[in-house]
Design a protein around this ligand. Structure first.
Ligand code: NMX
Ligand code: MLT
Length: 437
Protein backbone atom coordinates (compact mmCIF):
# COMPACT_ATOMS: atom_id res chain seq x y z
CA UNK A 1 0.00 0.00 0.00
CA UNK A 2 1.17 3.54 -0.82
CA UNK A 3 2.76 5.13 2.28
CA UNK A 4 0.43 8.15 2.02
CA UNK A 5 -2.57 5.83 2.40
CA UNK A 6 -0.94 4.20 5.42
CA UNK A 7 -0.45 7.65 6.96
CA UNK A 8 -4.11 8.51 6.29
CA UNK A 9 -5.15 5.35 8.17
CA UNK A 10 -2.89 6.25 11.14
CA UNK A 11 -4.25 9.80 11.31
CA UNK A 12 -7.80 9.17 10.10
CA UNK A 13 -8.97 6.13 12.10
CA UNK A 14 -8.63 7.71 15.60
CA UNK A 15 -10.28 10.88 14.32
CA UNK A 16 -13.15 8.88 12.80
CA UNK A 17 -13.62 7.15 16.18
CA UNK A 18 -13.65 10.55 17.88
CA UNK A 19 -16.34 11.88 15.52
CA UNK A 20 -18.53 8.85 16.33
CA UNK A 21 -17.98 9.33 20.05
CA UNK A 22 -18.65 13.08 19.79
CA UNK A 23 -22.00 12.43 18.11
CA UNK A 24 -22.85 9.74 20.69
CA UNK A 25 -22.01 11.88 23.72
CA UNK A 26 -22.99 15.37 22.49
CA UNK A 27 -25.35 14.79 19.58
CA UNK A 28 -28.17 16.62 21.40
CA UNK A 29 -26.12 19.62 22.61
CA UNK A 30 -27.24 22.97 21.13
CA UNK A 31 -24.30 24.70 19.39
CA UNK A 32 -25.94 27.66 17.69
CA UNK A 33 -29.21 29.59 17.36
CA UNK A 34 -30.53 30.08 13.84
CA UNK A 35 -32.45 33.14 12.70
CA UNK A 36 -35.13 33.34 10.04
CA UNK A 37 -32.89 35.79 8.17
CA UNK A 38 -30.09 33.26 7.99
CA UNK A 39 -32.33 30.60 6.47
CA UNK A 40 -33.84 32.98 3.93
CA UNK A 41 -30.58 34.65 2.87
CA UNK A 42 -28.44 31.71 1.93
CA UNK A 43 -27.69 30.21 5.38
CA UNK A 44 -24.88 32.73 5.96
CA UNK A 45 -23.00 32.12 9.19
CA UNK A 46 -24.92 28.93 10.02
CA UNK A 47 -22.44 26.27 11.10
CA UNK A 48 -23.70 23.20 9.30
CA UNK A 49 -20.69 21.43 7.81
CA UNK A 50 -17.66 19.58 9.14
CA UNK A 51 -14.66 20.62 6.99
CA UNK A 52 -11.06 20.01 7.94
CA UNK A 53 -9.08 21.15 4.89
CA UNK A 54 -9.35 24.93 5.40
CA UNK A 55 -11.06 27.65 7.39
CA UNK A 56 -12.11 31.16 6.36
CA UNK A 57 -11.85 34.11 8.72
CA UNK A 58 -13.93 37.13 7.59
CA UNK A 59 -11.13 39.59 8.42
CA UNK A 60 -7.99 37.59 7.74
CA UNK A 61 -9.03 35.31 4.87
CA UNK A 62 -8.24 31.70 4.22
CA UNK A 63 -6.03 29.35 6.25
CA UNK A 64 -5.29 25.87 4.96
CA UNK A 65 -4.99 23.49 7.92
CA UNK A 66 -4.09 26.55 9.99
CA UNK A 67 -1.56 28.05 7.55
CA UNK A 68 -2.11 31.42 5.82
CA UNK A 69 -1.06 31.95 2.18
CA UNK A 70 2.19 33.81 3.14
CA UNK A 71 3.03 30.94 5.52
CA UNK A 72 2.44 28.39 2.76
CA UNK A 73 4.73 30.40 0.49
CA UNK A 74 7.41 30.07 3.13
CA UNK A 75 6.85 26.51 4.35
CA UNK A 76 5.74 24.37 1.42
CA UNK A 77 8.37 22.78 -0.88
CA UNK A 78 9.21 24.70 -4.05
CA UNK A 79 11.06 24.02 -7.28
CA UNK A 80 13.14 27.20 -7.03
CA UNK A 81 14.36 29.09 -3.98
CA UNK A 82 12.05 32.11 -3.57
CA UNK A 83 9.55 30.64 -6.06
CA UNK A 84 5.93 29.65 -5.52
CA UNK A 85 4.94 26.57 -3.48
CA UNK A 86 4.01 23.37 -5.27
CA UNK A 87 0.26 22.54 -5.20
CA UNK A 88 1.24 18.92 -4.52
CA UNK A 89 2.48 20.11 -1.11
CA UNK A 90 -0.81 21.84 -0.35
CA UNK A 91 -2.67 18.68 -1.33
CA UNK A 92 -0.54 16.65 1.11
CA UNK A 93 -1.09 19.24 3.84
CA UNK A 94 -4.87 19.30 3.34
CA UNK A 95 -4.98 15.50 3.21
CA UNK A 96 -2.89 14.72 6.28
CA UNK A 97 -2.75 17.97 8.26
CA UNK A 98 1.05 17.70 8.17
CA UNK A 99 3.63 19.76 6.27
CA UNK A 100 5.14 17.65 3.48
CA UNK A 101 8.80 17.04 2.78
CA UNK A 102 10.27 17.56 -0.69
CA UNK A 103 10.18 13.74 -1.06
CA UNK A 104 6.43 13.63 -0.34
CA UNK A 105 5.83 16.29 -2.96
CA UNK A 106 8.01 14.53 -5.54
CA UNK A 107 6.16 11.29 -4.83
CA UNK A 108 2.79 12.95 -5.52
CA UNK A 109 4.12 14.67 -8.69
CA UNK A 110 5.29 11.29 -10.00
CA UNK A 111 2.03 9.57 -9.06
CA UNK A 112 -0.04 12.23 -10.81
CA UNK A 113 2.12 12.28 -13.95
CA UNK A 114 1.74 8.48 -14.15
CA UNK A 115 -1.99 8.37 -13.46
CA UNK A 116 -2.60 11.24 -15.93
CA UNK A 117 -1.78 8.88 -18.75
CA UNK A 118 -4.77 6.64 -18.09
CA UNK A 119 -7.53 8.81 -19.58
CA UNK A 120 -9.71 6.51 -21.70
CA UNK A 121 -10.13 7.36 -25.40
CA UNK A 122 -13.89 7.82 -25.14
CA UNK A 123 -13.38 10.93 -22.99
CA UNK A 124 -11.76 12.72 -25.93
CA UNK A 125 -14.54 11.44 -28.23
CA UNK A 126 -17.12 12.93 -25.89
CA UNK A 127 -15.32 16.31 -25.83
CA UNK A 128 -14.90 16.25 -29.61
CA UNK A 129 -18.62 15.59 -30.03
CA UNK A 130 -19.36 19.00 -28.49
CA UNK A 131 -19.29 22.13 -30.64
CA UNK A 132 -16.01 23.98 -30.26
CA UNK A 133 -17.87 27.08 -29.18
CA UNK A 134 -19.54 25.26 -26.27
CA UNK A 135 -18.23 27.07 -23.19
CA UNK A 136 -15.05 25.38 -21.88
CA UNK A 137 -16.85 24.71 -18.56
CA UNK A 138 -19.44 22.63 -20.49
CA UNK A 139 -16.63 20.67 -22.12
CA UNK A 140 -14.74 20.32 -18.83
CA UNK A 141 -17.72 19.06 -16.90
CA UNK A 142 -18.81 16.70 -19.65
CA UNK A 143 -15.30 15.21 -19.67
CA UNK A 144 -15.37 14.79 -15.88
CA UNK A 145 -18.60 12.81 -16.11
CA UNK A 146 -17.27 10.79 -19.05
CA UNK A 147 -14.25 9.85 -16.92
CA UNK A 148 -16.52 8.38 -14.25
CA UNK A 149 -16.63 5.11 -16.24
CA UNK A 150 -13.25 4.56 -14.55
CA UNK A 151 -14.59 5.06 -11.03
CA UNK A 152 -12.88 2.66 -8.65
CA UNK A 153 -15.36 3.61 -5.94
CA UNK A 154 -18.33 2.53 -8.04
CA UNK A 155 -16.73 -0.82 -8.82
CA UNK A 156 -15.69 -1.47 -5.22
CA UNK A 157 -19.14 -0.48 -3.91
CA UNK A 158 -20.87 -2.88 -6.31
CA UNK A 159 -18.53 -5.69 -5.25
CA UNK A 160 -19.47 -5.05 -1.62
CA UNK A 161 -17.30 -3.27 0.88
CA UNK A 162 -17.22 -2.43 4.59
CA UNK A 163 -18.37 1.17 5.21
CA UNK A 164 -15.18 2.06 7.04
CA UNK A 165 -13.17 1.24 3.90
CA UNK A 166 -15.10 3.57 1.54
CA UNK A 167 -12.33 6.15 1.77
CA UNK A 168 -9.80 3.79 0.07
CA UNK A 169 -11.30 3.58 -3.45
CA UNK A 170 -12.39 7.21 -3.00
CA UNK A 171 -8.71 8.10 -2.52
CA UNK A 172 -7.79 6.19 -5.69
CA UNK A 173 -10.53 7.96 -7.68
CA UNK A 174 -9.48 11.33 -6.29
CA UNK A 175 -5.83 10.75 -7.21
CA UNK A 176 -6.81 9.67 -10.74
CA UNK A 177 -9.18 12.57 -11.19
CA UNK A 178 -6.79 15.25 -9.93
CA UNK A 179 -3.97 13.86 -12.07
CA UNK A 180 -6.14 14.00 -15.20
CA UNK A 181 -7.80 17.40 -14.86
CA UNK A 182 -4.80 19.40 -16.21
CA UNK A 183 -4.68 17.14 -19.28
CA UNK A 184 -8.39 17.67 -19.90
CA UNK A 185 -8.20 21.44 -19.26
CA UNK A 186 -5.21 21.82 -21.61
CA UNK A 187 -6.89 19.63 -24.24
CA UNK A 188 -10.00 21.85 -24.19
CA UNK A 189 -7.82 24.98 -24.31
CA UNK A 190 -5.83 23.78 -27.32
CA UNK A 191 -8.98 22.47 -29.04
CA UNK A 192 -10.89 25.72 -28.70
CA UNK A 193 -8.16 28.34 -28.98
CA UNK A 194 -5.13 26.75 -30.67
CA UNK A 195 -6.44 24.94 -33.69
CA UNK A 196 -6.41 21.46 -32.05
CA UNK A 197 -2.61 21.48 -31.83
CA UNK A 198 -2.25 19.36 -28.73
CA UNK A 199 0.87 19.10 -26.57
CA UNK A 200 1.79 15.89 -24.72
CA UNK A 201 2.31 15.67 -21.00
CA UNK A 202 5.92 15.91 -19.80
CA UNK A 203 6.25 13.41 -16.92
CA UNK A 204 9.36 15.18 -15.63
CA UNK A 205 7.35 18.30 -14.71
CA UNK A 206 5.29 19.01 -11.61
CA UNK A 207 1.47 19.13 -11.87
CA UNK A 208 1.05 22.90 -12.37
CA UNK A 209 4.06 23.30 -14.67
CA UNK A 210 2.67 20.44 -16.73
CA UNK A 211 -0.65 22.23 -17.06
CA UNK A 212 1.09 25.35 -18.36
CA UNK A 213 3.32 23.19 -20.61
CA UNK A 214 0.32 21.35 -22.13
CA UNK A 215 -1.43 24.69 -22.66
CA UNK A 216 1.61 25.87 -24.60
CA UNK A 217 3.45 28.02 -22.03
CA UNK A 218 6.94 26.94 -20.98
CA UNK A 219 8.39 30.12 -19.50
CA UNK A 220 9.45 30.03 -15.86
CA UNK A 221 7.15 33.00 -15.11
CA UNK A 222 4.02 31.21 -16.36
CA UNK A 223 5.02 28.04 -14.49
CA UNK A 224 5.37 30.12 -11.33
CA UNK A 225 2.07 31.86 -11.97
CA UNK A 226 0.32 28.53 -12.53
CA UNK A 227 1.69 27.13 -9.24
CA UNK A 228 0.49 30.23 -7.40
CA UNK A 229 -2.90 30.13 -9.13
CA UNK A 230 -3.35 26.41 -8.34
CA UNK A 231 -2.47 26.96 -4.66
CA UNK A 232 -4.63 29.98 -3.92
CA UNK A 233 -7.83 28.69 -5.59
CA UNK A 234 -7.60 25.22 -4.04
CA UNK A 235 -10.04 25.58 -1.14
CA UNK A 236 -12.20 28.13 0.70
CA UNK A 237 -13.63 26.08 3.59
CA UNK A 238 -16.74 23.95 3.10
CA UNK A 239 -19.66 26.31 2.56
CA UNK A 240 -18.79 27.85 -0.81
CA UNK A 241 -20.93 26.58 -3.67
CA UNK A 242 -18.36 24.28 -5.31
CA UNK A 243 -17.23 22.71 -2.03
CA UNK A 244 -20.73 22.36 -0.63
CA UNK A 245 -22.12 20.89 -3.86
CA UNK A 246 -19.28 18.34 -4.04
CA UNK A 247 -19.87 17.38 -0.42
CA UNK A 248 -23.66 17.20 -0.78
CA UNK A 249 -23.59 14.95 -3.84
CA UNK A 250 -20.77 12.91 -2.29
CA UNK A 251 -22.96 12.33 0.77
CA UNK A 252 -25.20 10.12 -1.40
CA UNK A 253 -22.05 8.00 -1.94
CA UNK A 254 -21.90 9.21 -5.52
CA UNK A 255 -18.43 8.53 -6.86
CA UNK A 256 -15.73 11.29 -6.86
CA UNK A 257 -16.41 12.13 -10.53
CA UNK A 258 -20.15 12.70 -10.00
CA UNK A 259 -19.45 14.63 -6.81
CA UNK A 260 -16.80 16.88 -8.32
CA UNK A 261 -18.91 17.46 -11.41
CA UNK A 262 -21.67 18.83 -9.16
CA UNK A 263 -19.16 21.24 -7.65
CA UNK A 264 -18.02 22.34 -11.09
CA UNK A 265 -21.59 23.04 -12.18
CA UNK A 266 -21.75 25.45 -9.26
CA UNK A 267 -18.37 26.97 -10.06
CA UNK A 268 -19.70 27.82 -13.53
CA UNK A 269 -22.18 30.31 -12.02
CA UNK A 270 -21.42 34.04 -12.46
CA UNK A 271 -21.65 34.69 -8.72
CA UNK A 272 -19.00 32.03 -8.07
CA UNK A 273 -16.06 30.97 -10.30
CA UNK A 274 -17.34 32.42 -13.57
CA UNK A 275 -16.79 35.86 -12.03
CA UNK A 276 -13.13 35.63 -13.12
CA UNK A 277 -14.17 35.65 -16.78
CA UNK A 278 -16.88 38.27 -16.19
CA UNK A 279 -14.38 40.68 -14.62
CA UNK A 280 -12.55 40.74 -17.94
CA UNK A 281 -15.77 41.39 -19.84
CA UNK A 282 -16.64 44.19 -17.41
CA UNK A 283 -13.22 45.81 -17.85
CA UNK A 284 -13.29 45.51 -21.65
CA UNK A 285 -16.82 46.86 -21.91
CA UNK A 286 -15.78 49.78 -19.73
CA UNK A 287 -12.78 50.55 -21.97
CA UNK A 288 -14.96 50.31 -25.08
CA UNK A 289 -17.70 52.52 -23.68
CA UNK A 290 -15.35 55.15 -22.26
CA UNK A 291 -13.31 54.99 -25.46
CA UNK A 292 -9.83 55.26 -23.91
CA UNK A 293 -7.15 52.70 -22.97
CA UNK A 294 -6.27 54.37 -19.70
CA UNK A 295 -9.43 55.71 -18.05
CA UNK A 296 -9.24 58.17 -15.16
CA UNK A 297 -10.38 57.31 -11.65
CA UNK A 298 -13.44 59.52 -12.20
CA UNK A 299 -14.37 57.72 -15.42
CA UNK A 300 -14.09 54.34 -13.66
CA UNK A 301 -16.28 55.62 -10.85
CA UNK A 302 -18.97 56.74 -13.28
CA UNK A 303 -18.88 53.40 -15.07
CA UNK A 304 -19.11 51.46 -11.78
CA UNK A 305 -22.07 53.61 -10.68
CA UNK A 306 -23.77 52.99 -14.01
CA UNK A 307 -23.31 49.21 -13.56
CA UNK A 308 -25.20 49.48 -10.27
CA UNK A 309 -27.89 51.73 -11.74
CA UNK A 310 -28.46 49.05 -14.41
CA UNK A 311 -29.16 46.55 -11.61
CA UNK A 312 -25.98 44.52 -12.25
CA UNK A 313 -23.21 43.39 -9.93
CA UNK A 314 -19.62 44.55 -10.26
CA UNK A 315 -17.81 41.23 -10.72
CA UNK A 316 -14.74 40.55 -8.60
CA UNK A 317 -16.07 42.57 -5.66
CA UNK A 318 -17.98 41.42 -2.59
CA UNK A 319 -18.04 38.17 -0.68
CA UNK A 320 -20.47 36.10 1.35
CA UNK A 321 -17.99 35.66 4.24
CA UNK A 322 -14.96 37.95 3.78
CA UNK A 323 -15.18 41.47 5.14
CA UNK A 324 -11.74 42.72 4.02
CA UNK A 325 -9.66 42.58 0.83
CA UNK A 326 -9.20 38.91 -0.09
CA UNK A 327 -5.57 37.88 0.63
CA UNK A 328 -5.77 35.90 -2.63
CA UNK A 329 -6.22 39.26 -4.41
CA UNK A 330 -3.27 40.77 -2.54
CA UNK A 331 -0.89 37.91 -3.25
CA UNK A 332 -1.67 38.09 -6.97
CA UNK A 333 -1.12 41.86 -6.97
CA UNK A 334 2.26 41.31 -5.28
CA UNK A 335 3.15 38.66 -7.87
CA UNK A 336 2.27 41.07 -10.69
CA UNK A 337 4.27 43.90 -9.15
CA UNK A 338 7.28 41.57 -8.84
CA UNK A 339 7.22 39.94 -12.28
CA UNK A 340 5.33 42.44 -14.46
CA UNK A 341 5.71 45.84 -12.76
CA UNK A 342 4.72 47.84 -15.85
CA UNK A 343 1.69 45.77 -16.90
CA UNK A 344 -1.04 48.21 -17.96
CA UNK A 345 -3.86 45.81 -17.11
CA UNK A 346 -2.61 45.40 -13.54
CA UNK A 347 -2.34 49.16 -13.15
CA UNK A 348 -5.95 49.37 -14.26
CA UNK A 349 -6.94 46.69 -11.70
CA UNK A 350 -5.18 48.77 -9.05
CA UNK A 351 -7.07 51.88 -10.16
CA UNK A 352 -10.42 50.04 -10.07
CA UNK A 353 -9.47 48.97 -6.52
CA UNK A 354 -9.13 52.66 -5.56
CA UNK A 355 -12.70 53.40 -6.66
CA UNK A 356 -15.08 50.43 -6.49
CA UNK A 357 -15.06 49.80 -2.69
CA UNK A 358 -16.26 53.37 -2.14
CA UNK A 359 -18.96 53.05 -4.83
CA UNK A 360 -20.22 49.78 -3.31
CA UNK A 361 -20.08 51.12 0.27
CA UNK A 362 -22.26 54.07 -0.71
CA UNK A 363 -25.09 51.69 -1.68
CA UNK A 364 -25.44 50.97 2.04
CA UNK A 365 -26.36 47.34 1.37
CA UNK A 366 -23.21 45.58 0.13
CA UNK A 367 -21.74 43.81 3.16
CA UNK A 368 -18.24 43.54 1.72
CA UNK A 369 -17.14 46.21 -0.77
CA UNK A 370 -13.62 44.78 -1.16
CA UNK A 371 -12.10 42.78 -4.06
CA UNK A 372 -12.16 38.99 -4.06
CA UNK A 373 -9.81 36.53 -5.79
CA UNK A 374 -11.47 37.07 -9.18
CA UNK A 375 -10.88 40.83 -9.34
CA UNK A 376 -7.34 40.28 -10.57
CA UNK A 377 -6.79 36.64 -11.61
CA UNK A 378 -7.91 37.13 -15.23
CA UNK A 379 -5.84 40.28 -15.65
CA UNK A 380 -2.82 38.44 -14.28
CA UNK A 381 -3.27 35.48 -16.64
CA UNK A 382 -3.78 37.92 -19.53
CA UNK A 383 -0.63 39.81 -18.61
CA UNK A 384 1.35 36.58 -18.95
CA UNK A 385 -0.17 35.73 -22.34
CA UNK A 386 -3.17 33.56 -21.42
CA UNK A 387 -5.71 35.92 -22.93
CA UNK A 388 -8.60 33.53 -23.64
CA UNK A 389 -11.07 34.46 -20.88
CA UNK A 390 -13.43 31.45 -21.15
CA UNK A 391 -10.66 29.12 -19.93
CA UNK A 392 -10.27 30.98 -16.63
CA UNK A 393 -13.06 29.21 -14.74
CA UNK A 394 -11.72 25.85 -15.93
CA UNK A 395 -8.34 26.73 -14.39
CA UNK A 396 -10.15 27.67 -11.16
CA UNK A 397 -11.87 24.27 -11.33
CA UNK A 398 -8.63 22.33 -11.77
CA UNK A 399 -7.29 23.97 -8.62
CA UNK A 400 -10.53 23.60 -6.62
CA UNK A 401 -10.31 19.82 -7.06
CA UNK A 402 -7.42 19.76 -4.58
CA UNK A 403 -9.51 20.96 -1.65
CA UNK A 404 -12.97 19.60 -2.30
CA UNK A 405 -11.80 16.12 -3.23
CA UNK A 406 -9.46 15.91 -0.24
CA UNK A 407 -12.46 16.76 1.90
CA UNK A 408 -14.46 14.02 0.15
CA UNK A 409 -11.85 11.49 1.34
CA UNK A 410 -12.31 12.82 4.87
CA UNK A 411 -16.11 12.71 4.56
CA UNK A 412 -15.73 8.98 3.83
CA UNK A 413 -13.16 8.46 6.59
CA UNK A 414 -15.61 10.02 9.02
CA UNK A 415 -18.46 7.96 7.51
CA UNK A 416 -20.55 11.11 7.32
CA UNK A 417 -24.15 10.21 6.47
CA UNK A 418 -26.34 11.47 3.66
CA UNK A 419 -27.01 15.22 3.95
CA UNK A 420 -30.70 15.92 4.29
CA UNK A 421 -31.75 19.25 5.86
CA UNK A 422 -35.36 20.09 6.61
CA UNK A 423 -37.31 22.50 4.42
CA UNK A 424 -40.54 24.38 5.24
CA UNK A 425 -43.05 26.37 3.21
CA UNK A 426 -43.58 30.15 3.57
CA UNK A 427 -46.57 29.73 5.92
CA UNK A 428 -44.36 27.85 8.39
CA UNK A 429 -41.96 30.81 8.62
CA UNK A 430 -44.87 33.29 8.90
CA UNK A 431 -46.40 31.31 11.76
CA UNK A 432 -43.06 30.74 13.47
CA UNK A 433 -42.38 34.48 13.93
CA UNK A 434 -46.02 35.53 14.14
CA UNK A 435 -45.58 37.78 11.11
CA UNK A 436 -48.05 40.67 10.58
CA UNK A 437 -47.81 42.32 7.10
N1 NMX B 1 -21.86 44.55 -7.02
C1 NMX B 1 -23.13 44.99 -6.86
N2 NMX B 1 -23.93 44.61 -5.86
C2 NMX B 1 -23.42 43.76 -4.97
C3 NMX B 1 -22.11 43.28 -5.04
C4 NMX B 1 -21.32 43.69 -6.14
N3 NMX B 1 -20.08 43.25 -6.32
N4 NMX B 1 -21.90 42.45 -4.00
C5 NMX B 1 -23.05 42.40 -3.29
N5 NMX B 1 -23.99 43.19 -3.88
C6 NMX B 1 -25.38 43.37 -3.51
C7 NMX B 1 -26.12 42.04 -3.57
O1 NMX B 1 -26.46 41.73 -4.91
C8 NMX B 1 -27.28 42.29 -2.63
O2 NMX B 1 -28.21 43.10 -3.34
P1 NMX B 1 -29.81 42.91 -3.08
O3 NMX B 1 -30.02 43.10 -1.60
O4 NMX B 1 -30.42 44.00 -3.91
O5 NMX B 1 -30.15 41.53 -3.53
C9 NMX B 1 -26.64 43.15 -1.55
O6 NMX B 1 -25.48 43.75 -2.13
C10 NMX B 1 -26.22 42.37 -0.31
O7 NMX B 1 -25.39 41.31 -0.71
P2 NMX B 1 -24.24 40.75 0.25
O8 NMX B 1 -24.90 40.16 1.44
O9 NMX B 1 -23.20 41.78 0.45
O10 NMX B 1 -23.56 39.63 -0.68
P3 NMX B 1 -23.98 38.09 -0.83
O11 NMX B 1 -23.36 37.34 0.28
O12 NMX B 1 -25.42 37.92 -1.06
O13 NMX B 1 -23.24 37.75 -2.21
C11 NMX B 1 -21.45 37.69 -3.76
C12 NMX B 1 -21.84 37.57 -2.28
C13 NMX B 1 -19.98 37.32 -3.90
C14 NMX B 1 -22.29 36.71 -4.58
C15 NMX B 1 -21.70 39.14 -4.20
O14 NMX B 1 -20.84 40.01 -3.49
C16 NMX B 1 -21.49 39.35 -5.72
O15 NMX B 1 -22.45 39.15 -6.47
N6 NMX B 1 -20.26 39.77 -6.15
C17 NMX B 1 -19.97 39.88 -7.58
C18 NMX B 1 -19.73 38.52 -8.19
C19 NMX B 1 -18.41 37.94 -7.73
O16 NMX B 1 -17.38 38.58 -7.74
N7 NMX B 1 -18.44 36.65 -7.35
C20 NMX B 1 -17.20 35.92 -7.01
C21 NMX B 1 -17.09 35.54 -5.53
C22 NMX B 1 -15.81 34.81 -5.29
N8 NMX B 1 -15.74 33.53 -5.99
O17 NMX B 1 -14.79 33.27 -6.70
O18 NMX B 1 -16.64 32.70 -5.86
C1 MLT C 1 -14.44 30.63 -3.18
O1 MLT C 1 -13.22 30.64 -3.36
O2 MLT C 1 -15.08 29.56 -3.08
C2 MLT C 1 -15.16 31.93 -3.19
O3 MLT C 1 -14.40 32.95 -2.63
C3 MLT C 1 -16.58 31.87 -2.68
C4 MLT C 1 -16.79 31.58 -1.22
O4 MLT C 1 -15.88 31.34 -0.45
O5 MLT C 1 -17.98 31.61 -0.84
Amino acid sequence: MDYIKERIIEIGRPKAEMVKDLIKKHGDDVIQDVTLGQVLTGMKGMVSLLTCTSKLDPEEGIRFRGYSIPQLQELLPKVHQGGEPLPEGLFYLMLTGELPTKEDVNHISEQWALRAQGIPAHVYDVINALPKDAHPMIQFNTAILAMSTESQFRKAYLTGMDKKDYWGPTYEGVMDLISRLPVIAAYIYRRVFHNEQYIDIDPSLDWAANLSHMMGYDSLEVQRLMRLYMVIHADHEGGNVSAHATHLVGSALSNPYYSFSAGMNGLAGPLHGMANQNVMHWINKMLREIGVENPSVEQIREYAEMTLRNGQVIPGYGHAVLRKTDPRFTVQLEFAKKYAPDAQLIQLVDKIYQVVPDVLSKTGKVKNPWPNVDAISGSLLSTFGITEYPIYTVLFGVSRALGVLTQLIWDRLYSLPIERPKSQNLQWFIDKVNYQP
